[in-house]
Design a protein around this ligand. Structure first.
Ligand code: GLU
Length: 303
């Protein structure tokens, strides 16, 4: 039995890699990434994988099958992680490709994925409501979130950092005080950390980190705080205006957010992550390889 499971998982890896290659080779001028060439063959292969991996009794997979579409919650304003290019309408980023990989392992190609942008504060509710089948978007595994939802993973580890104006004197979290206005997203772990551990620091909150970055560039706040992996993406967008400073001052383990109690679905994703080191590395290299971030794939600890 164990042998069958391993075979299935490796088949999934090979096929997911094909699916990702397909995404890469899509013409940037043709939004939507419609399947071309031998799409029929690859679909057939994808379905083979779905029947190989035990998703029996998974309410999430049942819902996916009956609507014949995967609905994935993502971010779309975080370059390198979860991003929607308004001009080409293309989605990109490490998290988006992890989401595509999971969909491929279930037998669903790009044209059968509906992406829904969901802000940090609304993630648990979206999962509880069944608005998304799973969520992949810089989503830290925490005990309080686990009261409402489950996580597969972790699939990535980063830590809270600071983004400041290029000419700022703020060099680390030690320089935060009652005169430094710090911006972060509502419902995020970084804003909670500031409120709890730096209570004297004035905070500003928006739904989206991109709004905080605008506020930083406009000078209405002095720092943006969230995971360093996110901040590095913004700094690369505006290298002359903003910079990342200091060392990470928390540990954020990213998980795939799932409906609570769907153990079959969680086990499927955990197995995919565990056995799919090569695919993970390919996704990392493609999206974050040039970023300066050096991270190894963390071991799945089934949270
Ligand atoms: N990883 C942190 C969190 O889950 C911050 C990033 C985010 O808000 O998505 O809250």
């Amino acid at each position: 039995m164990r042998k069958t499971r391993i075979t299935g998982a490796f088949a999934g890896i090979a096929i997911a890699a094909i699916a990702l290659t397909g995404c890469n080779s899509g013409s940037p001028t043709s939004p939507g990434g419609a399947a071309t060439g031998d799409g029929g063959d690859s679909n057939e292969a994808l379905w083979e994988v779905a029947s190989d991996v035990s998703l029996e009794g998974s309410p999430t997979f049942d819902a996916i099958q009956s609507r014949d579409k995967v609905i994935v919650g993502v971010k779309e304003d975080q370059p390198g992680l979860g991003f929607l290019d308004a001009t080409s309408n293309e989605r990109s980023g490490f998290d988006v490709d992890i989401a595509r990989w999971i969909a491929a392992s279930l037998g669903y190609d790009e044209d059968k994925i509906e992406f829904k942008a969901i802000a940090s504060a609304n993630r648990e509710q979206a999962i509880v409501n069944g608005d998304v089948d799973y969520y992949v978007g810089t989503y830290s595994i925490t005990d309080s979130r686990k009261q409402q939802i489950d996580f597969a993973g972790p699939y990535f580890i980063t830590g809270q950092g600071l983004l400041v104006a290029a000419d700022s004197d703020i060099a680390s979290e030690d320089d935060l005080n009652e005169n430094t206005r710090v911006c972060s997203a509502t419902g995020s772990t970084p804003i909670q950390n500031i409120k709890t551990n730096y209570p004297e620091v004035p905070t500003e909150e928006f739904d989206l980190y991109s709004a905080c970055v605008d506020a930083l560039i406009n000078g209405t706040v002095d720092a943006v705080t969230t995971d360093q992996a996110i901040l590095i993406g913004y700094a690369a967008q505006y290298p002359d205006e903003i910079k990342v400073v200091g060392e990470p001052f928390s540990e954020e383990k990213y998980g795939v957010g799932l409906r609570k109690g769907d153990d079959a679905f969680r086990a499927h994703i955990n197995e995919l992550l565990t056995d799919g080191g090569d695919v993970w590395q390919g996704i990392f290299d493609k999206n974050l390889g040039q970023s300066g971030i050096t991270v190894e794939q963390p071991a799945v600890d089934a949270y």
